[in-house]
Design a binder for this molecule. Structure first.
Ligand SMILES: C[S@@+](CC[C@H](N)C(=O)[O-])C[C@H]1O[C@@H](n2cnc3c(N)ncnc32)[C@H](O)[C@@H]1O
Length: 222
């Protein structure tokens, strides 16, 4: 029997939240293309410098790790993701960085980041906030593992874009950049910059969606 449109959207939503199996690898490739600009903008906003220790939460298949590690040879990257397939794919794709000790990938949940206090200069996450069940818990782990003068970058597609995408009614939490600023303020962060840019239109079946992304930079509140 042919899958209905809604069944397809639901299955795709589940893959975006937790890419798995053969389809998960395919979806990860699509995300690399579709989310390229926002990932590169988030990496730019990390303002990478010598000896930075960087954590990415929900790196998918780790496609953009090169863009971080090529910027300076003293930088170290840590990536965590709940999907075992994405961790395995990241290790394969970044084998040379893993072997040289500059990249480490772990299966771990944003709600329980398994790192020591104050380890990171920069923490970033792109397109994962929609799936946080408990933002306070996620942000408390980020705050604990971030150095006092560290940066947090949260990148996402804003609510007004996401609510036009038929997949997002299946388990996505949607935010405006003002919602995220409030969430960060309520959890011990101060937003220092918000960048909102247009992205290429998204086509889903017969729908064309005007696309955009937001990159929010925050520091720990004093
Ligand atoms: C929509 S994909 C985005 C991937 C990539 N960051 C991008 O922008 O293309 C979401 C990723 O976050 C991961 N993820 C979802 N919930 C997570 C959580 N609670 N902790 C860590 N990773 C999570 C998923 O497994 C998936 O790889």
């Amino acid at each position: 029997m042919q899958e209905s449109k809604e069944q397809r959207y639901k299955a795709f939503a589940e893959q975006l939240r937790h890419p798995n199996g053969m389809l998960g690898k395919d979806v990860a490739g699509k995300m690399n293309k579709g989310n390229r600009l926002m990932n590169l903008e988030a990496i730019k906003e990390l303002r990478l410098s010598e000896n930075d220790q960087v954590l990415e939460i929900g790196m998918g298949n780790g496609f953009f790790v090169n863009d971080i590690l090529l910027s300076d040879k003293s930088i170290k990257y840590f990536g965590c993701d709940t999907s075992l397939e994405m961790v395995d794919e990241s290790i394969l794709l970044n084998a040379k960085w893993v072997q040289s000790g500059r990249a480490l990938f772990l299966r771990a949940d944003a709600h329980h980041v398994p790192f020591q206090d104050g380890l990171f200069d920069k923490i970033f996450t792109v397109n994962t906030i929609y799936f946080w069940q408990d933002a306070t818990k996620v942000l408390s782990g980020i705050k604990r593992t971030l150095k006092d003068n560290g940066l947090l970058i949260v990148s996402m597609r804003p609510k007004q874009v996401m609510e036009q995408m038929p997949v997002t009614k299946y388990g996505f939490n949607l935010f405006t950049h003002e919602d995220v600023a409030q969430l960060l303020a309520d959890n011990g962060f101060e937003v220092i910059q918000t960048v909102e840019k247009d992205d290429e239109d998204v086509k889903m079946d017969d729908i064309v969606i005007k696309n955009a992304y937001v990159v929010i930079t925050a520091i720990k509140s004093k």
